[in-house]
Ligand binder design. Structure first.
Ligand SMILES: Cc1cc2nc3c(=O)[nH]c(=O)nc-3n(C[C@H](O)[C@H](O)[C@H](O)COP(=O)(O)OP(=O)(O)OC[C@H]3O[C@@H](n4cnc5c(N)ncnc54)[C@H](O)[C@@H]3O)c2cc1C
Length: 339
């Protein structure tokens, strides 16, 4: 199946219209995209990251999750793939790599316009903010921008993409070690470099990697990436001895962590508490036509879990339905009754 999120949306004049705009393609946003499609809404979904999946894809795609209802255990990325597939029949339009910057209301027209940092204006009848902990940006590998997408990557949502390649993983945390462990049977060779001699990853995974054929180099950093069209090799150096070595690799996975920034969302006049958006029981924010769900919401008793985000997404979308089209009811009916 082709990846439904891969078609980077483009729109004439940088303007797109939708019934519902979802800001944030993490688990809550993706489930909301399904639910809104089920309710007959035309949906746009926007995320600052180049991949759908939010924290799950960015931080723990290979970890097993045990507390999603109906799945005794499911890998993070598999859950995200399933969510994308569940929404796909309703053809949501994905704007990946777009950070929501500005929001304006047109009360007379009954619309809200959200503009991304790439000047894409999405005009909609309601907005659902599923922004998690905010704009989530991978810490960049210094001076390597030109190789991004040409051998240098910050995510590995599909391990097969690195089959039979020589891979350099940069980092000493959970993502670096999870990828080293899981890519080991798939890649031709793996070298993991870390600038310190202590790792921040789960002890058991570190042991597994150290006992595997993965080459682990401590006190080691990237000096430069060598290549033209694509990565061909990487020069690394020991930050204690300045000893240098050229590694022949075709892929570099930089797992240097992420920075999260609520940034633009804080400027829209939303009522907030400790970097979260206050919602009522219908997931309404204080702004007309603007709802929120998932990790970003705050109310008494809030629990930040995927399963809770799913419930909030369904509540938010169904409450947005009569706002978008007054003839629609709150209760959606049962999906099992649909043809
Ligand atoms: C290591 C780890 C393990 C975890 N394990 C579990 C577990 O076992 N079970 C469980 O239930 N939960 C677990 N969680 C928590 C779970 O991942 C979160 O509860 C869940 O991801 C929240 O989903 P969300 O859709 O609300 O937000 P997120 O997953 O944070 O997604 C929000 C998305 O919004 C985007 N965004 C934000 N602001 C903007 C903007 N202005 N413009 C465009 N895009 C924007 C971000 O880029 C991001 O992709 C774990 C978390 C971590 C870090």
């Amino acid at each position: 199946m082709t990846d439904p999120t891969s078609a980077v949306a483009s729109a004439p004049n940088g303007r797109h219209e939708a019934d519902l705009l979802i800001i944030g393609a993490g688990p809550a946003g993706l489930y909301a995209a399904y639910y809104a499609g089920f309710r007959g809404m035309n949906v746009a979904i926007l995320d600052s990251l180049p991949e759908a999946g939010g924290q799950v894809t960015a931080l723990y795609p290979e970890k097993l999750i045990y507390d999603v209802a109906g799945f005794p255990a499911i890998k993070g990325q598999e859950l995200i793939d399933n969510l994308v597939e569940q929404a796909a029949p309703f053809n949501p339009t994905y704007f990946l790599g777009h950070r929501a910057e500005e929001m304006t209301h047109d009360e007379a027209a009954g619309t809200v316009t959200v503009t991304s940092h790439k000047a894409m204006a999405i005009v909609c009848k309601a907005v659902l903010i599923t922004g998690g902990i905010g704009t989530f940006t991978p810490r960049p590998l210094p001076d390597a921008e030109e190789f991004e997408g040409r051998g240098l990557r910050y995510f590995v949502p599909k391990l097969d993409a690195l089959a039979d390649q020589d891979v350099l993983i940069v980092g000493g945390g959970d993502s670096a070690f999870d990828w080293a462990h899981n890519l080991q049977p798939i890649a031709r060779s793996i070298t993991l470099i870390h600038r310190r001699d202590r790792f921040r990853a789960h002890e058991h995974t570190v042991e597994q990697v150290l006992e595997s054929p993965v080459r682990v180099m401590i006190h080691t950093e990237v000096a430069r990436i060598i290549g033209d069209e694509r990565v061909k090799a990487v020069e690394v150096f020991n930050n204690k001895t300045d000893e240098r070595e050229i590694l022949d690799v075709q892929a570099v996975v930089a797992a240097l962590g992420f920075t999260a920034d609520l940034g633009p969302l804080t400027r829209w006049g939303l009522q907030q508490e400790k970097r979260h958006i206050i919602v009522d029981t219908a997931m309404r924010t204080n702004l007309d036509r603007v709802f929120a769900a998932g990790d970003i919401t705050e109310y008494d008793g809030k629990v930040r879990l995927i399963s809770v985000g799913f419930g909030e997404a369904a509540t938010a979308v169904n409450n947005a339905a009569p706002v978008i089209d007054p003839s629609l009811k709150l209760f959606p009916g049962h999906s099992s009754d649909q043809p």
